[in-house]
Design a protein around this ligand. Structure first.
Ligand SMILES: [Zn+2]
Length: 216
């Protein structure tokens, strides 16, 4: 059910909960209320009305934070969303046109974008992983892209498998090359000690700058 209070659309979901729960979602400022099944609509509306100043404050906060720009391999694009028959994403000079089948939930949109980024990243890994394997003579057994939010890459030195973060697809290629080299070097040096730094220096003298830029 959706109601409107002070011009703000509010989605109300009846749930087997004991208390009312109000959330203002980032980044779109959508307002959602989970309400116990037995509570009357009037009681819910009274509750929301009492919180309206807080809701407005939250929504203003989100408006001031622009959504992260849409970036592909380090290049920012202006994202335009349109409706169509088939999901697709087409890049032109500085614009990314995202066509979404309707109806499309936020989760479906996220899933489509994840798969799209995965294809972009896979193509680059297939170029740069063999490149750095050839340069270093270090070879991994297998690799995989993973939707990791807190790490750019990881490596299992025993199985020689490398994982690369899906989010590298948004970063410049220098970042992907750095992470690939970083994980390959772990096949020779498992820790981040002196030998690790020395090997990184030998193959990629500017790696510290790239690392700093990625995590800053
Ligand atoms: Zn490491």
């Amino acid at each position: 059910m959706e109601i409107e209070i002070s011009g703000i659309p509010i989605e109300i979901q009846r749930k087997p909960v004991r208390y009312l729960r109000l959330t203002v979602q980032a980044p779109n400022g959508r307002v959602r209320v989970s309400a116990p099944k037995h509570l009357s609509n009037a009681a819910i509306e009274t509750f929301i009305s009492s919180k309206i100043a807080w809701i407005q404050k939250q929504r203003e906060k989100f408006e001031q934070q622009p959504e992260a720009p849409f970036a592909v391999l380090g290049k920012p694009y202006c994202l335009r969303v349109e409706n169509g028959r088939k999901n697709s994403l087409v890049l032109s000079d500085d614009e990314a046109v995202l066509i979404l089948r309707t109806p499309c939930t936020d989760a479906q949109r996220e899933k489509f974008l994840r798969e799209w980024y995965r294809t972009v990243l896979k193509e680059q890994i297939e170029i740069y992983l063999p490149k750095w394997e050839a340069i270093t003579g270090l070879r991994c057994q297998s690799w995989q892209i993973k939707d990791m939010k807190t790490r750019w890459g990881s490596c299992n030195t025993r199985t020689r498998k490398i994982w690369l973060s899906l989010h590298l697809a948004k970063k410049p290629l220098s970042c992907l090359e750095y992470v690939i080299l970083h994980e390959l070097v772990h096949l020779a040096v498992p820790n981040h000690g002196k030998d690790f730094a020395a090997m990184m220096d030998r193959y990629m003298p500017g790696w510290r700058m790239i690392k700093k830029g990625m995590n800053g």
